[in-house]
Design a protein around this ligand. Structure first.
Ligand SMILES: [Zn+2]
Ligand SMILES: [Zn+2]
Length: 232
């Protein structure tokens, strides 16, 4: 996060509305846009991630009798305009410092819903080529910051993305699941572990489900998911 001195020397703009962040403003988005973050701190459907009242499947997935390897799903926000702009600036606009704002949103969800029964935070891995292009893995940036709040260590190297997939956002619903199918592999170190996956956006839940499937295949006992936002 740019400190006070940096803000004085180099004006920082709000990633949502573009207005200048004043030195007196707390954080990296302007107070007006902070008011309009659509925070819900909700359970997500274990299959598709859609916000639901309590742990379980949403009505639609319940009717389809789907199964999921995700044992608990938590969603902090609706993927509304402001959160979307923060995430896009964070991932594609090289504003790595926005991990601070986003991990605070995750921390708020953690404090409210108090996920239990996990030993490790597990960031959704990027393919190594994509990580090289971007310079960092956004989910790892979030997990690192959240580690201090949750007291859980960040698990590294247990899960890898073997295939370079297309950006989920560019695909329709059906091709999204095909796109990430079999893309992840978990090492034997996952055996007996209880992991909570950390991600920025859960669009259809397919990426997180694939991660969970790979972990369970390697013997993980329990897999949860925590995402900043759900939606498209
Ligand atoms: Zn703003
Ligand atoms: Zn659902």
């Amino acid at each position: 996060m740019p400190g006070r001195i940096v803000k004085l020397l180099l004006p920082v703009s709000c990633p949502c509305c573009g207005s200048e962040i004043r030195v007196s403003d707390k954080g990296d988005i302007c107070p007006g846009c902070r008011m309009n973050l659509e925070v819900i701190n909700s359970y997500g459907c274990l299959y598709c991630g859609r916000p639901v009242r309590g742990p379980g499947l949403c009505g639609r997935c319940g009717q389809l009798e789907v199964t999921s390897n995700i044992d608990a799903f938590y969603i902090a926000c609706i993927y509304g305009l402001n959160v979307k702009k923060i995430i896009i600036n964070f991932k594609y606009g090289r504003r790595r410092y926005l991990a601070g704002e986003l991990s605070e949103i995750l921390a708020g969800c953690w404090e409210e819903l108090q996920p239990r029964g996990f030993d490790f935070l597990l960031p959704v891995p990027l393919h190594k080529t994509r990580q090289r292009e971007r310079g960092y893995n956004q989910s790892l940036e979030l997990a690192r910051r959240l580690s201090g709040v949750t007291g859980l260590p960040v698990s590294r190297g247990v899960l890898t993305r073997e295939r370079k997939t297309m950006a989920q956002v560019s695909l329709g619903r059906r091709s999204r699941s095909g796109n990430v199918s079999g893309a992840f592999r978990a090492s034997r170190r996952a055996s007996g572990g209880r992991f909570i996956l950390i991600d920025d956006v859960a669009t259809t839940g397919s990426t997180l489900r694939e991660c969970a499937a790979a972990l369970k295949k390697s013997g993980a006992l329990r897999v949860g998911a925590l995402a900043v936002a759900h939606g498209r």
